[in-house]
Design a protein around this ligand. Structure first.
Ligand SMILES: [Zn+2]
Length: 453
């Protein structure tokens, strides 16, 4: 047995790997020493298993594997799980962290003027920063909900930045923030984008204003067009009490415009009957508990959503409100809100919520086969969480550790499509300090342009 390189996890690595090292990365890896939660069929208890990765895919999962010529990565003291899945993230505004309030007022008053002067370069840089934050937090598949698609150039810039990142996900083509309720999104460019779409790690979808935020002719035409193009659709609905009072789940149902391809976000204030309408139609629900509270929608009740029979996914939404990109906090809050509303411990189990952030979440938002689970033939998108850190050792059970104890700093290792994105707790493909400085400078430029406008 030949194992040419033994990369100990704790070994210090250069922040930027040379190009030839990256090329070698994509080849064969043997992950050893860890416990593994595969999530095949739902939550699975951790088992001591090795994972062999070839050509970006999982070739073998089993105890004590050997693989001649493969690069061995020792992940002792870790749990390997599927990479986390984020169902709804407006990546275009990642550089605007904290700009949810200013002397102008709250979110809309502060972000509205910035959104109008937003450039393709700012969108691209935001996506780049967002993808670094995603990897840091263990997210390996993200639905980039592009709701400031000011022009085709903005869309192209976001797609290019997504592809450059090496992270897997979907670009959900959207509309300009300043679009009026009677104004159609750029359906011609959506069609052109769909026709020219190159397969790869990034899929294409559509994000709309939907019935809460656009006129019936607009949302009906937009949904019909997306369906003609075979693209999954997502929109916000039922967040605030005013929005929920419109009961647009019923309007959509009457039009035949719910189903597995229609992915609804929020429903924070919606009554159970409307949740059940979505569930019966097959439409999943994506929630973002932190930002739903921050923007004043109310407090989501994930236990009620589960009881209504919904297929669920969770999300970070954005940095503007949330500040952090921390899927562990999203999972913790989701689980604990369930128990709080139910007034019963573990009514919404930690295992269930981890499922929403991995296997079930991926299925809900129609991510490609194999995303959110570890299975032979599936993409090698996985993370290793330190189970012997200050945060995690000791922890009562693995599902508790993953949803309540661990933090992004405990994600030691991230692999996407067989390529290493984080190792020894450090991002391997991004010069973080240069990126954050560039982001701060870009935000200053946008703010100056908005002030001039
Ligand atoms: Zn949103």
């Amino acid at each position: 047995m030949t194992r040419p390189t033994l990369l100990a996890l704790g070994a210090s690595l250069p922040v930027l790997l040379p190009v030839d090292a990256l090329a070698q990365d994509a080849d064969r890896h043997l992950l050893t020493g860890a416990e593994v939660v595969t999530m095949q069929g739902g939550w699975t208890e951790p088992q001591a298993l090795d994972i062999l990765i070839e050509d970006g895919r999982i070739a073998e999962i089993g105890p004590d594997l050997t693989a001649e010529g493969a690069e061995e990565i020792d992940l002792s003291g870790h749990v390997i799980t599927p990479g986390l899945v984020d169902g709804h993230w407006h990546m275009w505004n990642t550089i605007a962290r904290g700009m949810a309030r200013s002397e102008r007022g709250g979110f809309s008053q502060t972000m509205g003027p910035l959104a109008k002067v937003w450039t393709p370069e700012a969108s691209a840089l935001s996506v780049k920063l967002g993808m670094a934050l995603a990897v840091n937090s263990g997210i390996t598949w993200v639905n980039n909900w592009a709701h400031n698609t000011v022009s085709p150039a903005h869309a192209d810039a976001e797609v290019a930045a997504m592809r450059d990142s090496g992270v897997r996900g979907r670009f959900s083509y959207g509309y300009p923030q300043a679009a009026g309720e009677g104004e159609m999104m750029d359906l011609a460019d959506l069609r052109a984008t769909a026709e020219d779409w190159e397969s790869g790690r990034i899929g294409l979808g559509v994000s709309l204003r939907g019935p809460d935020r656009s006129e019936p002719e607009v949302w009906q035409t937009e949904i019909t067009t997306a369906r003609e193009l075979g693209l999954p659709v997502t929109f916000h609905m039922g967040g605030s009490e005013d929005a929920a009072a419109q009961h647009n789940a019923q309007s959509l149902d009457e039009e035949g415009m719910l189903g597995e391809d229609i992915h609804v976000v929020h429903m924070t204030s919606a009554p159970r009957a409307d949740l059940e309408t979505l569930a019966e139609s097959g439409s999943p629900l994506i929630i973002s508990p932190w930002t739903e509270m921050q923007v004043g929608y109310g407090v989501p009740n994930p236990a009620l959503m589960q009881a209504a029979g919904l297929d669920m996914a969770v999300s970070v939404d954005n940095t503007v409100l949330a500040g952090q990109i921390n899927m562990f906090e999203v999972m913790r809050l989701t689980a604990d809100l369930g128990d709080g509303f139910s007034q019963a411990q573990q009514s919404l189990t930690d295992a269930t919520v981890f499922d929403w952030a991995s296997r079930q979440g991926a299925a809900s938002v129609q991510a490609p086969e194999g995303v959110g689970v570890l299975q032979i033939g599936g993409p090698a998108d996985l993370i290793a969480v330190d189970t012997e850190s200050l945060n995690t050792q000791p922890s009562g059970s693995m599902d508790f550790l993953l949803t309540h104890a661990a933090d992004p700093e405990d994600v030691s290792f991230v692999m996407i499509g067989g390529e290493v994105h984080k190792q020894g707790g450090a991002l391997t493909r991004v010069d973080m300090r240069a990126l954050t400085r560039e982001a701060a400078q870009m935000l200053d430029e946008i703010k100056a342009a908005a002030a001039d406008g």
